[in-house]
Design a protein around this ligand. Sequence first.
Ligand code: SF4
Ligand code: SF4
Length: 372
Amino acid sequence: MTELVQIDPGLKPAGVGELPPLPAAVGRRSEPSRSRGRRFARRGQDSSQAVRSAFQLIFLVLNAWIGIQFFLWVLHWESGGRTVAVSRPPGVEGWLPIASLMNLKAWVLTGQLPAIHPAGVFLLVAFLAMSLVFRKSFCGWLCPIGTVSETLAGAGQALLGRNLALPRWADVALRSLKYVLLGLFLYAVGGMSVAAIRQFLDGPYGIVADVKMLNFFRYPSLTALVVMGVLVVLSLLVRHFWCRYLCPYGALMGLASWLSPAAIRRVPAKCIDCGKCSRVCPSRLPVDRLVTVRSPECIGCYQCVAACPAAGALDMRLGRRLVLSPAWFGAGVAVIFLGLVLAARLSGHWHTDLPDQVYRELVPIADRFSHP
Ligand code: SF4
Ligand code: SF4
C-alpha cells in the first residue's frame, strides 16, 4: 500500500545540512531532481533488513558450528584420540582464503581440483560468483566478520550516540589499504608456479594451515591481542572499520562486483532529494547524487532502499528494469552458495581425504611447522 504525501517546498529535509563529506564513488551521477513541493507516493513497509539479518544470523551460527566442530576435531587428535571423535568440517576451509586462491590458480592452470582443501576453492568460487551477479553480497549478507563489525558499529552508536566519519582524505587513503593488501597477496600467489603451490599446500604446513589458524586464536600473542583489541575499539567508533579499510577478501569481492548487473538505481523523477539514502549507507556512498551505484564499496545491503520514503525512487535492479526484491536477491545468493556446495559434494570434491594417521601425527605438532 502506498500513501500520498505532500512535501513542503520551503522545508529543508531534516539533517541534509549535516551530511558528512561524501567520497567519490563510481556510478552515473545526476543533478538533484527538483521534485520538492510535489506529491509523492510513500514506499510501503520494507522487509529488506529483516531478510538480510536472517541471512547474517544463519551464516554466523553456521560458522560458529563449524568452529566448534573443528575445535573438537583438533582436540581429538591433540589428546591422542581420548576425546570425542568428530569429523573435520570442510567449511573451515572458507577461512583459508590464501590457500584457496593458490588452489584456484592451480585448478585453472591444470584443470585438476586439489585433493587438499578442495572445499575452500568451491567456497571462494561461490563468493566470487555471488559478487559477479549480486554485488558484494558476501560482505553484506554472509560474512560473519562483516556481521560482527556491523553489530559493533551498532553498539558504538548506542553507547556514544553516533559513529565517527573520518575526513575524506583519511577515508580515501585508508580505503586503498585493502587493495594494497590484496595486491600483495595476488602478487605472491601470481608468482608461484603450480609445482610450488602443490609443494606448499600438500606439505605439512599446508595440511595443518587450518589448525595453525585456530591456534592463533586459541593462544594469541600479546601483539595479536593488542591488534584485535584496537580493531574492536575502532569498529565501535567507525562503521565497518575492518571491512572498509583493511579486508583484502572484501577488496577482491568488490573488484568482482564491478561486473555485476545488479545495482542500486535511483529514479531522479521520483526522488524527493531527502538525502536519507546517503546518510544510512554504511559505505558512505552519495546515493542521492547518483543514478546507478556502481561502486565496488557497495555491499548490496539495501539500507538505502529501506530508508527511502518515496515509492519507486530507489531500488536494487538487475539490469535497467528488473527490480530485485530483497527476498529474490537473498534467494539468488543462497542458490549460488548452496549450488556450489552441492556441486562440490556430488563431484566428490568437498572433503579433504587424508588418512587419520596423517592428522594423528601432524595436528599435535602443528605449531612446529613454519612457512616453507
Ligand atoms: S546502503 Fe545502498 S548504496 Fe550503500 S552499500 Fe548498502 S546497498 Fe550499497
Ligand atoms: S532516500 Fe529516496 S527520495 Fe531520498 S534522496 Fe535517496 S533516493 Fe531520493
